[in-house]
Design a protein around this ligand. Sequence first.
Ligand SMILES: [Zn+2]
Ligand SMILES: [Zn+2]
Ligand SMILES: [Zn+2]
Length: 91
Amino acid sequence: MSAICKACLQEMGPGKGCTVNEIIFPDRTILKAIPHVDEEKCHDCNVHKGQFHHPGCDMERCPLCGGQLISCGCLSAPVPTDVVTQVTSRF
Ligand SMILES: [Zn+2]
Ligand SMILES: [Zn+2]
Ligand SMILES: [Zn+2]
């Protein structure tokens, strides 16, 4: 079973780094992605050292905060203010 990357449309096979290496944040900040740094290939998306992870890889680092990109929250759009008002007004 092999997966196709939605960003670069390549199969995520060993040694195939993502060709999409810029990350666009919700506030339109565009930062260069951080390549894989380990000698071992990435256990999640199979890229080798120096290559870029495919989006959604759980090893990818966030160039904004240095955390884990899929969980740091930088990529999720800020909560719209009307939702916040709704939640607080329930009180
Ligand atoms: Zn890719
Ligand atoms: Zn990876
Ligand atoms: Zn982040």
